[in-house]
Design a protein around this ligand. Sequence first.
Ligand code: NAP
Length: 231
Amino acid sequence: MEKKPDISTRPFVFINAAMSADGKIATIKRRQTRISGNLDFDRMDELRATSEAIMVGIGTVLSDNPSLTVKSKERRETRRSMGFEENPTRIVVDSMARTSVDADIMRKGEGKRIIAVCENAPQENVLELSKIAEIICAGERNVNLAKLLIELKNHGIRKLMVEGGATLNWGLISEGLVDEIYTFIGNIILGGRSAPTLVDGEGFVSDFCKLGLISCEILEDGVLIKWKVQQ
Ligand code: NAP
C-alpha cells in the first residue's frame, strides 16, 4: 500500500456536511433536501469563502448540480480585495470525466475549476472539459486521492473544504486524508436504508477511524459538532 501523504505535502482537509438526526445526508432518491437553517448556511458560506478550494465527488454533481459559489456579496468582495477570485477553486473528483460542461459548477460564478480524472477517462470528455477547466490526471481506474492532494498542494492549495458526498468522504477518510469533520445535525429524520449517510463506501472491518471532539454547539434547531480525525 502506498504511503499516505502527511500534512506537509497535502492541504489541510476538512469535510463539512449537514445530516439528518438519523445520519442521512440526502433522501432515498439521493436528492439533497434542506436539513439546516440560515445560520448554518451562513457558517458554510464563511467556510467556503475562507477556503482555497472546495471539492465534491461526481455523484454530488450529478445528483444536486451544485454551483458551490460563495453566496454573500460581502464575502466575495472581501476575497477580491485580498487579491483572490470571488470563489475558491472548485474541484470535481470524476474518474471518467462525466461532468457536464453545462453543470452549474462549470458555469456559475467566476473562479478556477479543476476536474480530477483517471488515466482511463474518455479522451473526448477530457478534451471538452479542458476548454473550461484544468484537468488533473491521478490514478489508473479511479482518482488516486493521495496523489491528487499532493498535486493540489503543488498548485498552492493549503486549505481544502470537502462538501461530500458519501463515497468521496469514505475515500478520503479511509485513506487517512482528512483532518477535521464538521457536521450539522438537523431536526429531521429522512430514513431509508439506501439513503446516503455521512460516510458510505465499503466501511471499516477493524481499525476504525477514531475522532476527537473539538466542540459541540446548539445552532438553531440542530447541533453543530466538530471533530478532529485522529491520524
Ligand atoms: P459522491 O461522493 O459525491 O461522488 C462519488 C464518486 O466520486 C464515486 O462514485 C466515483 O465516481 C468518484 N470517485 C473517483 N475516485 C474516487 C475515490 N478515490 N474515492 C471515492 N470516490 C471517487 O457521490 P455519492 O456517494 O453518491 O454522494 C452523493 C449524495 O450525497 C447525493 O445524494 C447528495 O445529495 C449527497 N450530499 C449531501 C451533502 C450534505 O451535506 N447533506 C453534501 C454533498 C452531497 P467515478 O468512479 O465515476 O469517478
